[in-house]
Design a protein around this ligand. Structure first.
Ligand code: GLC
Ligand code: GLC
Length: 657
């Protein structure tokens, strides 16, 4: 027998031994819901080989492997049996149409509940706005219990089963999930599984000296091992604290803390950690979450001598979580948050791992092209890095609650005769407004004094020039800033995948400098782009089309409505096109018997393109720009206004009159 055959044999044998034990343990629950029990059995048998191989690969050498496996399966079965019936119906609906999230109807929004709506109840009052924007996906930023004061915006979680009492209760959240689902809006929550806060019960027990819980984390009595690891680790928050370890006086230990000192990394080499977190995941799934945003995925497995990012075991762990979700919460999908090298970003995306992923490369390169006015790096990179496996999709965004980092590939840059190191430094200078002539008002995030690395914080509008233009009262600059913003939206709405808006950016909110007076936020410049929304102002803007903010809102809602009518944006293919003009970014979308030719001008000057190109990608001579409603003929030169984005469709007999 080959190794693979042996493993299969072992896997089958294990299920034969385990199944009767599960039947005994869960007899009462099974008898109470025989149909659900049969469904569990069917799904478990379907997933079994994959799940077993993954877990055996990760933990098979532990003497108590089968104990953990049995406990895990029992918990998974219980989670399924207690899943609400509306979610079970959703499971069926989603399984019947697995491509549902590829639809052009999909539009995402993200917000902090407190900053955007005060409370969970307050979010209900925002429903009319969500409807106006056409949102179908709502990511609520971390809302679980977390330490007072600085909690990294909630990314330090003290309990995955309680939410911050100021926002509401777990029951409120779950009720909201159901209501929003009825309105066609899927709830997205974070799964912050790389670390817990140092106030989580597990961490407290570890602090109290409980050896079982000390093994949940990475604790070291002295610097010997930390020093060895640190030779190859990247510093994530170097301005907050150097290195990746924190000395805890109370327990006389160094603790692995990749992010802030109060965020303790979990040790997934311990099967008890996997099992505990699987339980938390299924609990969150049963609240009514459809997409779980896997926070900091890259960091979850440590291996000495490496960067401890993107290790093979990280993939196995996520796949094993996904396999459990397939059994107990099939409607649940995973979103990868890997803000790393583009090859590594790609490595998390597959139907069996993360079905959707942030697209940090597109995000960074859109800004790169705005700064340089040239699209060569964007075009070259997208040409070979945009296509995804079937059954998966990008989440395309312009900025998130985090900083912007220049995660393009160095060789892609060199291919275009760009020096990657110098270019990153230029981009930082440009977006920090230090470069002469820059329109941007960003600020540095985590400048590393040793390496010179830095990332940028700022809202969409402030980075795109609106803040500077408003302050100088320059109407022409305001107009250009609004055009930049709308062009960027025009791209993420049409390029294929789920467009994601940081809520507040729909009206072009500017940077909020008040964070620097709050001691809990002052050393984290990302708060500059997480403003609290002033609803009196927002409502005013929604009505006032003449102001730059009102124009952004009106045009964005129109673009979203337009997106929803284009079958070519459903799933399908994106082909990137050499436009023959270095300022023009072009691509074609095919699908649903429609072709759309999109072209965007990254320059502040009018630009031209030989419209004959359109004929190569369409078949006819006459085209209409769906955005401005203007018609073109392929015999002429196509002229684009500064920062104009065209969505060109071939005119059919019915549209020509
Ligand atoms: C992710 C989050 C970020 C947080 C970090 C640690 O990158 O997006 O906000 O600081 O993880 O949880
Ligand atoms: C890490 C994450 C990135 C995030 C940052 C927090 O680098 O990979 O997503 O931006 O931490 O700011």
């Amino acid at each position: 027998m080959t190794d693979a055959q042996q493993l299969q044999h072992y896997s089958a044998q294990s299920l034969e031994r385990l199944w009767p034990r599960l039947e005994t343990t869960l007899r009462d629950e099974a008898n109470a819901a025989p149909a659900d029990w049969r469904t569990f059995e069917t799904r478990l048998r379907r997933e079994w080989n994959r799940l077993f191989e993954l877990l055996f690969g990760l933990y098979g050498s532990h003497y108590d492997f089968f104990y953990h496996l049995e406990e895990l399966l029992t918990a998974t079965a219980r989670s399924w049996l207690t899943r609400a019936s509306w979610l079970k119906q959703l499971d069926e609906r989603r399984s019947a149409t697995p491509e549902w999230f590829q639809s052009q109807q999909m539009v995402g929004g993200m917000c902090y509940v407190d900053l955007f709506a005060g409370t969970i109840q307050g979010l209900r009052e925002r429903l009319p706005l969500f409807k106006k924007l056409g949102l179908t996906y709502l990511h609520l930023m971390p809302l679980f219990e977390s330490p007072e004061g600085n909690s990294d915006g909630g990314y330090a979680i003290s309990s995955y089963r309680q939410i911050n009492p100021e926002l509401g209760t777990v029951a409120d959240l779950s009720e909201l999930a159901r209501e929003f689902q009825e309105q066609g809006i899927s709830l997205v929550l974070d799964f912050v599984f790389n670390h817990t806060s140092d106030e989580h019960e597990w961490a407290r027990r570890a602090q109290g000296g409980d050896p079982e819980y000390q093994q949940f984390y990475f604790l070291f009595p002295d610097r010997t091992i930390p020093d060895r690891y640190e030779q190859t680790l990247r510093e994530i928050f170097p301005t907050v604290r150097r290195g990746s370890f924190t000395w805890r006086e109370d327990i006389q230990r160094w603790v692995w803390t990749t992010f802030n000192s109060f965020q303790w990394d979990l040790n997934y080499a311990n099967p008890a950690v996997f099992r505990a977190m699987a339980g938390e995941m299924l609990f969150i799934a049963n609240l009514g979450v459809e997409f779980l945003r896997l926070d900091a995925v890259a960091f979850i497995w440590k291996r000495e001598g490496t960067s401890c990012e993107n290790q093979p075991e990280a993939h196995q762990i996520i796949q094993a979580f996904h396999s459990l979700a397939r059994i107990a919460a099939p409607a649940l999908l995973f979103k990868s948050e890997a803000i790393v090298h583009p090859d590594d970003v790609m490595s998390y995306i597959s139907p069996h791992e993360c079905q959707i992923s942030y697209n940090p490369l597109l995000m960074a390169l859109l800004w790169e092209s705005l700064a340089t006015t040239e699209v060569k790096l964007l075009d070259h990179s997208m040409g070979h890095r945009f296509r995804l496996p079937a059954g998966t999709a990008w989440v395309n965004y312009l900025r998130s609650h985090d900083d912007i980092g220049w995660t393009f590939d160095d060789n892609d840059a060199r291919w275009e005769w760009i020096d990657p190191v110098g270019h990153r430094s230029f981009l930082n200078q440009f977006y920090m407004g230090r470069f002469p002539g820059s329109f941007a008002r960003g600020v540095p995030f985590q400048e590393n004094p040793d390496t010179g690395d830095a990332r940028v914080s700022g809202t969409l509008a402030s980075l795109a020039g609106l803040e500077q233009a408003i302050q100088s009262g320059d109407e022409q600059q305001m107009d250009l800033a609004v055009r930049r913003i709308l062009m960027l939206y025009g791209i993420i709405l049409s390029i294929g995948g789920i467009p994601l808006i940081y809520l507040g950016d729909e009206v072009g909110t500017l940077n909020d400098y008040t964070y620097s007076t709050d001691p809990d936020k002052a050393n984290d410049s990302r708060w500059i782009h997480r403003p609290r929304i002033d609803w009196t102002w927002h409502r005013q803007v929604e009505k006032e089309i003449s102001s730059p903010h009102g124009k952004i809102f009106a045009e964005l809602t129109r673009l979203i409505a337009l997106r929803k009518q284009q079958p070519a944006i459903f799933d399908g293919e994106t082909e990137f096109v050499e436009t023959g003009n270095g300022h023009l970014f072009g691509y074609v979308r095919y699908g649903g018997n429609q072709r759309l030719f999109i072209v965007a001008n990254f320059s502040s000057q009018p630009q031209e393109m030989n419209a004959d190109l359109l004929r190569e990608y369409g078949t006819g001579y006459h085209f209409i720009d769906l955005i401005a409603g203007r018609t073109f003929s392929a015999e002429h030169i196509l002229r684009l206004e500064p920062y104009q984005c065209l969505w060109l469709e071939q005119e059919t007999a019915t549209t020509i009159n």
